[in-house]
Design a protein around this ligand. Structure first.
Ligand code: FDA
Length: 385
């Protein structure tokens, strides 16, 4: 095979590796992609009836404080000035998230100063005595934000996310529940934030647009593996357990189901993302994509919404969020050891490392893999694992 490197997967990790190796190291790169499109989970497409750009695998908001990643991303796209905000509906009323002074004033029905709100939440959180280890997720959440806010904004949402009563979930799932004692409800705190002006797919296609890069869609690495591994260096961004034929058991993931609908109104909910905290509403959130791009001209009599449902993934489902139980972590250690011994194969990206990575983290990790592993491999003949 007349290539220097095979990259399995065309998500942000795979495409960053491919682009850097092609452009900087002059490598000929073959990208194999199982799906019928590039871009991994960041892929977007226009809904045909309305032309509204939808995020097929869930809403993707770009934000970073990493200057190197920001500079790199800006080589392929310009960004809008979009700033993300989220609201939640609970018992027929709407509140801003993350929990902030506005949420607290609205929920308890009166004006609080920051100090008063802090004192109130501290008093409510004292229900779980300091020094006693919380026994489950519910106790942990109450110890952080008190019972009233937990019951309104965390309990039902978490139960739906995990399809499990929070009293049966381990405390370690949450380490912190940020409460802001200001009215600032900007979702991300990063220095840079925005959405690609002409969409994620255009950005991702520009990354792959290089004479040294060939992308083969509808192509599963496992159908070609024997002819590749050991003959050409491979960067693998598919699921880690699948690579080793699940020899140590499966790593647990949560998946999402999406229900997309065109509705006959110019504005369904007045905001891009509305969470639903009530347990008896089966979905966790509703996305309305037109609000990601208020600068665009979209039809004013129709809009596209997407309801999101969460559940544990079975084999064959799209793996979205690592569950990370103690058993998963034990298995992960064994898989990592196997990956370390797999000569000529570099495991990366969120599936290849069993780690939730935001886009900017996937790009940062790919840039460092090129600098610290692939460049030394190609230029000094260092072993690639
Ligand atoms: P990614 O999953 O994108 O790509 C892996 C690719 O490998 C896939 O295209 C897959 O088809 C391919 N592949 C797997 N096995 C293969 C095989 N055997 N042969 C060939 N190809 C194979 N981030 C962020 O910054 N802001 C956000 O708002 C969000 N939102 C968000 C929502 C949801 C629901 C999820 C699941 C994730 C996000 N993310 C996010 C994270 C973002 O999607 C993530 O950072 C990138 O997908 C990481 O890129 P990777 O290349 O690692 O994986």
């Amino acid at each position: 095979m007349n290539v220097d490197l095979v990259v399995v997967g065309s998500g942000f990790f795979g495409l960053t590796v491919a682009e850097r190796c092609a452009t900087e190291l002059g490598s000929r790169v073959l990208v194999l992609e199982r799906r019928d499109h590039i871009g991994g989970n960041a892929y977007t497409e226009n809904e045909p009836e309305t032309g509204i750009e939808i995020h097929r695998y869930g809403a993707h908001l770009f934000h970073t404080s990493n200057e190197q990643v920001w500079e790199y991303a800006n080589r392929f796209t310009r960004f809008t000035g979009y700033r993300h905000h989220v609201y939640t509906t609970f018992k027929g009323r709407v509140y801003p998230l993350p929990i902030n002074l506005g949420t607290i004033c609205e929920y308890f029905g009166r004006a609080f100063t920051p100090d008063e709100a802090r004192a109130l939440i501290a008093e409510q959180a004292a229900e779980i005595p300091a020094g006693r280890e919380p026994r489950d997720l519910e106790e942990k959440a109450v110890s952080l934000i008190g019972r009233p806010l937990y019951e309104a904004f965390i309990r039902g949402y978490t139960a739906k996310q995990w399809q499990t009563d929070p009293r049966d979930l381990p405390a370690e799932i949450i380490t912190r529940l940020p409460v802001r004692y200001t009215f600032d409800n900007r979702y991300f705190n990063d220095v840079h934030e925005g959405l690609p002006v002409d969409g994620y797919t255009a950005w991702l296609e520009r990354m792959a647009d290089h004479p040294n890069i060939e992308v083969r869609l509808d192509t599963d690495f496992f159908d070609m593996r024997d002819g590749l591994v050991g003959r050409v260096p491979v960067v693998y961004t598919g699921p880690l357990d699948r690579y080793f034929d699940f020899a140590e058991g499966e790593l647990g993931w949560r998946t999402l189901d999406f229900e997309t609908e065109v509705v006959p109104t110019g504005d369904f909910q007045g905001t891009p993302v509305m969470n639903y905290a009530d347990e008896d509403v089966p979905y966790t959130r509703v996305h309305e994509f037109r609000h990601f791009h208020p600068e665009r001209h979209y039809p004013d009599d129709r809009t596209v919404i997407m309801r999101e449902f969460s559940r544990a993934a079975d084999r064959g489902d799209e793996p979205y969020y690592p569950i990370n139980t103690a058993r998963d972590r034990e298995r992960l250690l064994r898989y990592r050891e196997m990956a370390r011994r797999e000569d000529g194969v570099l495991f990366g990206g969120r599936l290849g490392t069993y780690q939730y990575l935001d886009m900017h983290m996937a790009i940062a990790s790919a840039l460092s893999a090129v600098a610290n592993r692939l460049r030394p491999h190609f230029e000094q003949g260092e072993r690639l694992t």
